[in-house]
Design a protein around this ligand. Structure first.
Ligand SMILES: Nc1nc2c(c(=O)[nH]1)N[C@H]1C(S)=C(S)[C@@H](COP(=O)(O)O)O[C@H]1N2
Ligand SMILES: [Mo]
Length: 318
């Protein structure tokens, strides 16, 4: 598949590979109206005939030049346990997720509790395209062109109190839309967290889209977090709440298996998962016999984030 070029000057037909056009309708989530409403403010937004188009200005400083994982794999090989545990389940089941209306409520240690609806969030800062490596704790990885802006932009708009040290992300957990929320595979709602300085790091992306379009539902529509130096499960999908806390929040995976999934979960080839090594990874899209690639400390983002963990024993704080 030809990679869509994310450039606002060229026409939509050039941006979108033809085979994507047919699929657009399937992935239609945010209504055309909300996107068009934003387009007067952000010139690069949404054409009427391609309502799920989302453009971000390419940010080479924060992008890898590695070969992209195909759109097909990015959208058909997912972990989103609210919709099932097989890799194809989110693609098959997430159509029942209702992404409009949507809002994120800001709670905990803030001057005043408030809510940002999706239109306010879309307009809060300029959209960027960032090509990140993405490493799942299961031992596979992808290279994904995300669209969003630094989470720090939202945090700055939250009037966070000085006592706050952590941020908690809470996903939607509605059994009428998410069939597996009735099961006990995880404690719902899916909850994740970061230390405040990790959340403020410019790499942490509040994510609205990928591959030139709004997030497909199976990828966490309409809004998710992307933390590229940590294992994929830290990147919570379909979030509805952000809470600032003084103490380290509990997280769904840490509750499910504390010895396997720590709070930090920085990608670390030297710290094995209790049941498998983390020193190599399989890049999705290469065949099963292809040579595995070496996993890099902090997933290759050590220069940008290593300082956050100076002096910490990363065997202990896995
Ligand atoms: N709400 C929620 N967020 C989630 C998950 C989940 O099951 N539920 N799975 C996590 C895991 S394990 C991974 S690897 C990534 C997968 O993101 P992707 O499907 O967009 O590649 O989402 C993370 N965020
Ligand atoms: Mo994962």
């Amino acid at each position: 598949m030809k990679r869509p070029t994310l450039c606002s000057q060229i026409s939509a037909s050039e941006i979108t590979p033809p085979e994507l056009y047919a699929r657009r309708r399937e992935f239609l989530t945010l209504g055309a109206t909300s996107l068009i409403a934003s387009s007067s403010l952000i010139s690069s937004w949404a054409l009427a005939d391609t309502p799920n188009k989302l453009v971000g200005k390419s940010n080479p400083q924060f992008s890898t030049v590695e070969k992209l994982t195909s759109y097909q794999d990015v959208t058909h090989y997912n972990n989103f346990y609210e919709f099932g545990t097989d890799k194809l389940d989110p693609f098959q089941n997430a159509h029942t997720l209702k992404t409009e209306p949507w809002a994120i409520s800001i709670e905990g240690l803030v001057k005043k509790q408030k809510t940002f609806d999706i239109d306010q969030l879309l307009k809060l800062a300029p959209m960027e395209e960032r090509i990140y490596r993405f490493r799942c704790v299961e031992g596979w990885s992808m290279v994904i062109p995300w669209i969003g802006y630094p989470l720090s932009q939202l945090i700055k708009a939250c009037d966070v109190l000085s006592s706050a040290r952590y941020v908690e992300f809470i996903s939607l957990a509605d059994p009428t839309q998410m069939p597996y929320v009735k099961s006990s595979i995880l404690k719902w709602p899916y909850t994740e967290g970061l230390r405040l300085d990790e959340a403020m790091n410019p790499l942490t992306l509040l994510t609205f889209g990928l591959y030139g379009e709004i997030l497909p539902k199976q990828n966490g529509a309409p809004i998710r977090i992307t933390v590229p130096w940590k294992y994929g499960f830290k990147s919570a999908k379909s979030i509805i709440k952000i809470r600032f806390t003084e103490t380290q929040p509990t997280t769904s995976w840490n509750l499910a298996a504390p010895s396997e999934y720590g709070f930090y979960s920085n990608v670390n080839p030297k710290v094995a998962h209790p049941r498998w090594s983390q020193s190599t990874e399989r890049r999705i899209g290469t065949d099963l016999f292809a040579q595995k690639i070496k996993t890099l400390p902090f997933n290759g983002y050590e220069q940008q984030v290593g300082h956050l963990y100076a002096g910490m024993d990363l065997q202990k704080y896995y």
